[in-house]
Design a protein around this ligand. Structure first.
Ligand code: ATP
Length: 205
């Protein structure tokens, strides 16, 4: 279970959010919603330890969240920033690399399944820089799909997806829940909240 306990964040003395508290048990999904600029991405970056909260704490399975701990990184998959890519590795090679890094058995076969699921087979031998923005989004999904995860943190995963892609996303997140993953995602897509979330955290007004 992922817990966020009384976190606060200000920039330049202006509070973005104060005393935010939430729990994401295994098999549940919490949506973070709110207007542009209210602090959703800042909140998710804080949860992941990419950026420090001013006060409060994040706890994973009873222990303080420390992204430097390999066990934490093995458990937590995230897609909150543009996926960094190596200019001379193909889409397929990126996914295989991620699978190998997480010691996934039969990484090549897992990668082929994920390419098929994301309808990226025809782009598998291309470099990420040549993909469309929606295809890059799908590659970012691939990076968490090929690896084990107990917690999944996503920032506006619906962005740049076509209609089929959005339907796929809702199904994929429901599958994550069924598999026991704790899902925390920021979104502007009300339909996705209704389909997937069992709790909603509203930041700002
Ligand atoms: N490093 C920073 N220094 C100062 N202000 C920042 C910094 N990072 C973010 N902000 C400000 O904090 C506010 C919240 O930004 P954030 O990206 O978290 O919002 P958001 O809710 O994710 O927005 P959106 O829905 O547009 O993606 C914005 O006003 C942003 O300009």
């Amino acid at each position: 279970m992922l817990e966020v306990i009384d976190v606060c964040k200000s920039y330049g003395g202006e509070p973005l959010f104060e005393n935010v508290r939430l729990a994401v048990p295994a098999g549940s999904a919490v949506a973070v919603v709110g207007a542009n600029g209210c602090g959703k991405s800042t909140f998710l970056r804080g949860v992941l330890g990419i950026e420090a909260f001013d006060t409060g704490s994040v706890v994973l399975d009873g222990a303080e969240f420390d992204e430097r701990d390999p066990a934490v990184r093995a458990a937590v998959a995230a897609d909150v920033e543009e996926l960094p890519s190596f200019p001379d590795l193909s889409v397929r090679e990126h996914l295989e690399l991620m699978a190998h890094a997480h010691a996934v058995p039969e990484a090549a076969a897992v990668t082929e399944n994920v390419l098929r699921e994301l309808q990226l087979q025809s782009a598998a031998d291309r470099m990420p820089a040549t993909l469309s923005s929606g295809q890059r989004r799908r590659l970012a999904f691939g990076a968490w799909l090929v690896r084990p995860r107990r917690v999944l943190v996503l920032d506006e995963p619906e962005q740049r997806l076509d209609t089929d892609g959005r339907a796929w996303l809702a199904d994929a997140l429901l599958t994550e829940r069924r598999n026991g993953t704790a899902v925390l995602f920021a979104t502007h897509d009300r339909a996705l909240v209704d389909q997937v979330a069992d709790d909603v955290l509203r930041i700002g007004r």
